[in-house]
Design a protein around this ligand. Structure first.
Ligand code: NAD
Length: 466
């Protein structure tokens, strides 16, 4: 018996998912044996030509067939997401509601982006066609377990690809329910789900897929690039961030502090575009720090299932350790903990970390260099706009950024930032049709918006003389 046969015959192990707030078991999923992944991809390959042949409009109509079920089950999906990764129930249901309510419009936008486009000059007429790439692997993280598959799987399907989807091993249950609602309305083999961790993820990337759509950490993105390089597979990587917030001396300090509190602590800081570094003008720093500290103190932390909870736990013990290591190291190197998880005397239990405000941080500290992904607001004073810009740009990351100040001055500062998405007196999310995009090592390729949707397809130009 070959080792491959042995693996194929061994019973699948399972993942037991525990609520990070309470430790109770939420559910289990069977892990897909690595030896079965090639067969899953072969099924996707076999289903792809007929799915592509349906044409853009019929594929879109087919996918839209899932919307009613997705909407009807949004509450159930949200409850699962809350239980398996800890976010407040209202936010989890909000995530499912947002993803499912906007799906019809999103599908229409994808269809519009993928229609044939005509280019003409005096001599030549060219049609731009957006063809399927083939089989897409979609691999997602745990922090938005419903929104992430929506943003990745749907454009891949509408473009005529078939999809093998692997949700995170930390929060597979809500993704599994989402995928089952979709699979119900799709022809067999067009969408399949596999479960497991990086072992399954890496095997999927190395299998005969044509496109890898990945959302997750920069380190895993780099591993995926290595695994995909032999086959020169198409990659769409949405990676981590270390988003700066700049507060200028003419900013509305109350509004800036409210934003800092919301964007540093929302989802317990486990958002790719969380505010992770704050640069505040010396003149207004005391008032700003005080307002952020007051805001942090006012937050209610607990089990996401409680109605009063605003901040849940870290999604896992692993995530708590990453954040605590950075916090301890910053404090040991001279950072001042003004409020929160400040010392060993009264540590939070389990996977919880109190909303924490640090001052006196420097760029020598990992808390200002590496992604934290936890409820920490790290604040540095700056003496000029130029210093704020230089510090904000001093990072290998470049996902989002925000600037608070008078419109003209904040716009001048915003225009000097190296980031994919910049918000002026608001978060970094753009108007409908904007791309979701990272600069530098926060991503490769991007999704959403006309140009993002087109990255799930192979562009082909067909030209003739006029
Ligand atoms: P992660 O990179 O640890 O895991 C993400 C997914 O990749 C999981 O499904 C995991 O099983 C899989 N995986 C792990 N190793 C793999 C490998 N070698 N090959 C293939 N797949 C592999 O990330 P995470 O901890 O789940 O999520 C948090 C990260 O996601 C943060 O860095 C955050 O900033 C990022 N994120 C980015 C965006 C964005 O839009 N840019 C959105 C959400 C989250």
């Amino acid at each position: 018996m070959t080792p491959q046969n042995m693996a194929a015959q061994s019973p699948p192990s399972s993942l037991t998912i525990r609520n990070p707030a309470t430790g109770s078991v939420v559910g289990t999923v069977a892990v897909t044996p690595v030896a079965e992944i090639d067969a899953v991809v072969a099924r996707a390959r076999a289903a792809q030509p007929a799915w592509a042949a349906l044409g853009l409009d019929a594929r879109a109509a087919c996918v839209k067939g899932a919307i009613a079920t997705l909407k009807a089950r949004a509450g159930e999906m949200g409850a699962l997401a809350c239980a398996e990764m800890g976010k407040p129930l209202k936010e989890a249901i909000g995530e499912a509601g947002y993803a499912n309510d906007s799906l019809g419009q999103e599908i229409d936008e994808i269809v519009a982006a993928l229609r044939v486009e005509l280019l003409e000059d005096e001599k030549t007429s060219t049609r731009l066609l957006f063809d399927p790439l083939g089989v897409a692997a979609v691999i997602t993280p745990w922090n938005f377990p419903i929104l992430m598959p929506t943003q990745s799987v749907i454009p891949a399907l509408i473009a005529g690809n078939t999809v093998v989807f692997k949700p995170s091993e930390v929060s597979p249950l809500s993704g599994d329910l989402w995928a089952r609602c979709m699979i119900e309305v799709l022809p067999p083999g067009v969408l399949q789900i596999i479960h497991g961790d990086g072992v399954q993820g890496s095997a999927l990337v190395r299998s005969a897929v044509d496109l890898v759509v990945f959302t997750g950490s920069r380190a895993t993105g780099a591993a995926i690039m290595r695994d995909a390089s032999a086959g020169l597979k198409r990659l769409l990587l949405e990676l981590g961030g270390k988003d700066p917030l700049i507060v200028l001396e003419d900013a509305d300090i109350k509004a800036a502090a409210q934003f800092a509190v919301r964007n540093s602590f929302r989802n317990a800081g486990q958002v790719c575009v969380s505010t992770e570094r704050i640069y505040v003008a010396d003149k207004v720093a005391d008032a700003f720090v005080q307002a952020v500290v007051d805001g942090a103190r006012a937050l209610t932390q607990g089990d996401g299932a409680c109605e009063t909870t605003q901040i849940g736990p870290m999604a896992s013990a692993r995530q708590k350790k990453i954040v605590m290591d950075q916090l301890r190291s910053a404090i040991a190197d001279g950072a001042k903990c003004v409020v929160g998880e400040c010392d060993g005397a009264n540590p939070s239990e389990g996977n919880f970390i109190r909303p924490t405000v640090l001052t006196g941080v420097t760029h020598a500290m990992s808390i200002m260099r590496d992604e934290t992904f936890g409820p920490v607001a790290s604040i540095m004073r700056v003496s000029s706009d130029a210093e704020a810009v230089a510090l904000a740009n001093d990072s290998p990351y470049g996902l989002g950024a925000a600037v608070y100040g008078s419109q003209a001055r904040a716009t001048r500062v915003a225009d000097q930032l190296t980031a994919g998405m910049v918000g002026i007196n608001q978060g970094c999310g753009g108007a409908t049709g904007s791309p979701w995009v990272g600069a530098r090592q926060s991503g490769l390729g991007f999704h959403s918006g006309k140009y993002g949707h087109r990255q799930f397809a192979q562009v082909r130009s067909v030209s003739r003389a006029k």
